[in-house]
Design a protein around this ligand. Structure first.
Ligand code: PAF
Length: 284
């Protein structure tokens, strides 16, 4: 595995790859890799000749007071995991390499960023879109893989890639979970053992809501009330939002139908956790 920290070296490496008519799979991450990231990497390896992982904790997507400085990092372990998984190229640039000048350009995406994470973290998605656009430009023609756990992010990146005609096909991959249902997240590292146990209420409430939908309930207010009640049984978990939306446009709906998505965010101790489900499928 090649480890590269400079953008011009990435260009050089990928120019050669393209000269050999090989396809490129891209897995952008902020590091502290877990099995969710490895699932993205494995899918990329299966579908492409070359797989490139990026590790960069992007300051643009953290607001003041958020966990940028404490965000978990372990580059040594990340390198070992990428190597073992069969990654060809690991790009881990410094802050100076990515933002060598003051950044005056940013990507704004309308509508899809108005609610949920966009409302709770108003500058977040502009930061995500800007860095992902930068990575798409650095890499060029490729297939890019993102987790469905960040459902709203996935819709935003998909739309941005289309609107700006990036030569990138964006793929969403199913959320990877612990056996008790908790979605894998680098931020789970913040949880104490007690909080970790309490946090399982998130996926449990989504699963119970899915079962209610599958037995015929369609009213979003009934389903949201059920989830709120379930989560309120865990005093360590403080719900930020619960929304039921049309899965692609992310518009709120009154009646659940095929393509709807239930999304929530909660604070559990120091950790802000998000999760979502297709209620017709349930937690898998
Ligand atoms: O999902 C993440 O880890 C980040 O938001 C991403 C897409 C790598 C951009 O920094």
């Amino acid at each position: 595995m090649r480890v590269i920290s400079r953008i011009d070296e990435v260009h050089e490496f990928l120019d050669e790859v393209r000269a050999q008519k090989k396809t490129i799979g891209l897995v952008p991450t902020m590091g502290f890799l877990h099995k969710g990231h490895i699932a993205l990497i494995e899918r990329s390896i299966k579908e492409n000749d070359i797989t490139m992982v990026t590790i960069f904790v992007n300051p643009l997507q953290f607001a003041e007071g958020e966990d940028l400085s404490s965000y978990p990092r372990d580059l040594h372990n990340d390198k070992e995991q990428c190597d073992a998984a069969g990654v060809d190229l690991l790009f881990s640039p410094s802050h100076e390499e990515m933002y060598s000048q003051q950044v005056l350009t940013s990507i704004q995406i309308k509508d899809l960023t108005n609610n949920m994470e966009g409302e709770s973290r108003p500058t977040h998605f502009s930061g995500v879109a800007t860095v992902v656009a930068k990575l798409f430009n650095i890499v060029g023609l490729c297939n890019a893989y993102f987790g469905e756990k960040d459902w709203q992010q996935l819709q935003i990146i998909t739309k941005m890639a289309h609107d700006l005609s990036f030569r990138v096909r964006v793929f969403g991959c199913p959320t990877v979970r612990h056996s008790d249902g908790l979605a894998l997240s680098s931020r789970n590292a913040y949880l104490t053992p007690k909080e970790r146990k309490s946090a399982t209420v998130l996926s449990r409430s989504l699963q119970k809501a899915s079962e209610t939908v599958q037995s015929g309930e369609r009213s979003t207010s009934v389903i949201m009330a059920q989830i709120i009640e379930e989560i309120s049984t865990e005093p360590l978990v403080s719900l930020d939002y619960i929304e039921i939306v049309e899965g692609r446009s992310l518009k709120s709906i009154n009646k659940i139908k095929e393509g709807s998505r239930i999304l929530l965010a909660a604070n559990v101790g120091e950790a802000r956790l998000i999760d979502n489900v297709d209620p017709y499928v349930g937690i898998q």
